[in-house]
Design a protein around this ligand. Structure first.
Ligand code: ADP
Length: 397
């Protein structure tokens, strides 16, 4: 069995996979430990059946202990050694981590060193890694990083036009995120279109609450829309995406808010929520558009235009040699209105979608471009946990 973990400062989200070694690993338990350091709440879903517990979780170690105890009590495992590997999603690996790694002392130090670049994310991951290490001394602990996939970007794409010393002294550059998803989608698309991964050129639109695009050239990240932080790029649920970097200073002068306060608003109160005043959730925006809400229509228009612009930019970076355009994550996988709003704005590439396919249900992927389209378009369900599970399994062979 492999446990896949996504940990924050007060929560641990997890999924347990059975692996026979032959077929694709299958998840059979998932859950969430939350309110860690506050009081503690644990939810387990075992083969679809939900159970809730109020286990005390003064720290991450107690949370891990509670998860493992409840696994045992529910006969999910006989003892902790049944779980051979734990795969962690880690946000920031800086420039040193280019692929999944075993989380030994050196790699834990790398996670720690990158706290400066991901102060909201890396500390929780590190605390959780230590807690699992204590409770499961025999399991192989593996880290998959959201930034790794993008370490293949060339300097012209990852450097900002700022004083070069800021890059050298402070590591100020574009890193990009959602790399586990982009990696998964790249491999999956290669299988779907039957082309070797190292020959594939893609434009992947990961459109969740947080959202970014990746320009994949010869199977590797060539450019991506997020930057030093996940605030950059396209408009998101609550984040601005790209804006004038002087906005901070202007708003500070007008309002008296400080840098931290403004950054917080740009991250949590902007994007779909900021413009619409309705919600950060695309379902609410498209529902309001149907009710002829003008603010919602403007929000959708702004959102989709920014994504369309990136698609055109990336098609140019790929010199038109695009094997497929992929729509994925919550919005990309599901929202017909949002997807059509994007594709309707990509006029210059002569893409055409198939109305029926766009409206159709599907399992893991569906081709939505029509036979007249110059480029193929797919909706593909991303699966970051499965990707982490498979990467962890590789270290157990
Ligand atoms: P994240 O993992 O970044 O939190 P998700 O990938 O789950 O986000 O995507 C969340 C977004 O997906 C929300 O804006 C939500 O409205 C949208 N979404 C999820 N399911 C649907 C659906 N069936 N139809 C339209 N939009 C959907």
């Amino acid at each position: 069995m492999i446990l896949v973990v996504n940990a924050g400062s007060s929560s641990i989200k997890f999924k347990l996979y059975k692996s026979t070694g032959q077929a694709e690993p299958t998840p059979f338990v998932e859950g969430l430990a939350e309110r860690i350091t506050v009081d503690g709440a644990l939810t387990l879903k075992i083969e679809g059946i939900k159970k809730e517990y109020n286990d005390k979780m003064p720290n991450h170690e107690a949370a891990v202990q509670a998860i493992l105890n409840r696994f045992q009590e529910n006969n999910v495992i006989k003892d902790v050694n049944d779980i051979k590997g734990v795969g962690f999603r880690i946000v920031h690996g800086g420039v040193k981590v280019v692929k999944p790694v075993v989380l030994d002392a050196t790699m834990k130090k790398v996670v720690e060193d990158n706290i400066k670049l991901a102060p909201l994310h890396n500390p929780g991951a590190l605390t959780a890694i230590n807690a699992f290490e204590k409770n499961m001394p025999n399991a192989k602990l593996v880290g998959c990083f959201d930034t790794s996939f993008h370490q293949t970007m060339p300097p012209k794409n990852y450097l900002y036009p700022i004083p070069y010393e800021w890059f050298e002294e402070y590591s100020a550059r574009k890193y990009g995120f959602h790399g586990i998803s982009f990696d998964y989608i790249t491999q999956k698309t290669a299988k779907i279109i039957n082309k070797p991964v190292d020959k594939i050129n893609l434009i992947i639109c990961h459109l969740g609450n947080g959202a970014s695009l990746c320009c994949v050239k010869a199977g590797k990240s060539f450019d991506t829309s997020m930057g030093l932080t996940p605030l950059a790029g396209i408009m998101m649920g609550t984040r601005t995406g790209d804006i004038d970097p002087s906005l901070h200073q202007y708003i500070a002068k007008q309002t008296g808010l400080d840098l931290e306060q403004i950054t917080d608003i740009l991250n949590k109160k902007s994007g779909l929520l900021g413009i619409s005043g309705i919600s950060s959730d695309m379902r609410d925006i498209t529902a309001a558009v149907e009710q002829n809400n003008q603010k919602a229509a403007l929000t959708l228009d702004m959102w989709s235009q920014r994504i369309a612009d990136f698609i055109v930019k990336y098609a140019n970076l790929l010199e038109g040699k695009v094997d497929a355009i992929i729509l994925t994550a919550g919005v990309g996988e599901n929202s017909r209105v949002a997807n059509e709003s994007i594709l309707d704005k990509v006029k210059i590439l002569n893409i055409k979608y198939d109305d029926k396919a766009m409206a159709s249900g599907y399992d893991d992927y569906i081709k939505v471009s029509s036979s007249q389209s110059q480029y193929e378009i797919y909706k593909i369900r991303t699966d970051e946990e499965l990707m982490i599970c498979n990467e962890t399994l590789k270290f157990l062979k």
